[in-house]
Ligand binder design. Structure first.
Ligand code: TRP
Length: 339
């Protein structure tokens, strides 16, 4: 909604795979709600994904429209939200260039999210500068839209903190208020565990249920879920804590009372895993059927058009912020002399 006075919500996803139930519960659901209250921008973070996949760009390229399809399928409404592609907005790396002067290398190395990722990767002694600096790129994404809230998981909190540090430093140094601080908007469910119960649901660990999985695959995944290894006979008392089926029922089943009763019965003994898994399967099939149907109805040409229009709009907002930033520093030479 151009010209509206609503506060801005901005978030992004790296397009490295289709989105799954973890994304749905952790972020997509709240975006569908937030789009009614905020002016919402949703960014396909392809440039950021390349800091990890620069040797294999095709993987990023191939997933751009998969992720856009997932957005539309869950109910992102184009009258309320703007979807755009990061790599097509040159104001973002330009902003980043000015922000890079305000951040020390050691501060980047101390960013907890970067630290965790560095430990997982095998960069050895040669960490690419692009990877180390991606929190600054993210600060550019966020500030370019004067973002007030960022709906994201708690792993993004260090990025928001670093962004706000840059905002304060920039505004203080250049005696301006063009950049705005933002807040993270955490979903109240937290991270969703994978079907193996070992770690969070993720594509790379192959333990996630995707929004686009077909009914048969969903059922297979539900029936392979980790429950309680000591719950062998139906009459055995079972453990609810750490039981993936219960974790998913808590996250996705609407009737909380029914789940509470099931938990009591399971703990006492007398409730079998098959009954429980059938209930979860039904719950997920009901949730995913309309999403899958909507996804299948989307045409590539329309997706391209949607991203083009969204990117055009996002570009004009980011260009305006870049003008203000350059003016605050004083490097707006030609605008001053009205060329
Ligand atoms: N870092 C985010 C992720 O890995 C993606 C992202 C890029 C982002 N820019 C953003 C999220 C700006 C929120 C706001 O998922």
């Amino acid at each position: 909604m151009v010209g509206s006075k609503k506060l801005v919500s901005l978030t992004g996803d790296r397009p490295t795979g289709k989105l799954h139930l973890g994304h749905f519960i952790g972020s997509l659901k709240s975006r569908v709600e937030l789009q009614h209250k905020y002016e919402q921008y949703i960014m396909i973070a392809d440039t950021q994904a390349l800091t990890d996949y620069f040797e294999n760009p095709q993987k990023v390229i191939d997933n751009v429209y998969e992720v856009v399809s997932d957005y539309l399928a869950v109910g992102i409404d184009l009258n309320l939200s703007t979807i755009f592609i990061q790599s097509q907005i040159s104001a973002l790396p330009e902003l980043m260039m000015y922000y890079m002067n305000l951040v020390s290398v050691s501060r980047l190395e101390r960013n907890p999210t970067v630290k965790t990722e560095l430990a997982q990767k095998s960069f050895a002694q040669s960490v690419p500068a692009g990877f180390l600096c991606y929190p600054i790129s993210q600060a550019a994404d966020i500030t370019a839209f004067k973002t007030a809230i960022v709906p994201a998981g708690d792993d993004q909190a260090p990025m928001i903190e670093q962004t706000n540090e840059i905002v304060r430093k920039f505004n203080g140094l250049y005696k301006t208020d063009v950049l705005k601080e933002c807040k993270i908007h955490l979903s109240n469910t937290g991270r969703l565990v994978g079907i193996d119960g070992k770690a969070k649901a993720s594509k790379s660990l192959n333990n996630a249920i995707f929004l686009s999985d077909d009914p048969k695959v969903v059922k297979e995944k539900v029936f392979s879920m980790y429950t309680d290894p000591d719950h062998i006979k139906v009459s055995d008392p079972g453990k609810v804590e750490g039981n993936v089926v219960f974790i998913y029922l808590d996250a996705f089943h609407e009737n909380k009372e029914e789940i509470a009763e099931f938990k009591l019965k399971y703990k006492k003994g007398g409730l079998g895993d098959v009954t429980l898994k059938s209930l979860l399967n039904e719950t997920l099939q009901t949730l995913l059927a309309p999403i899958r149907e909507k996804r299948a109805s989307l045409k590539r040409q329309d997706l391209v058009e949607i991203c083009f229009e969204g990117t055009k709009k996002a570009k004009s907002v980011a260009d305006q912020t870049l003008r203000e930033v350059k003016e605050a520093i004083g490097v707006n030479f030609f605008e001053k002399i009205q060329l």
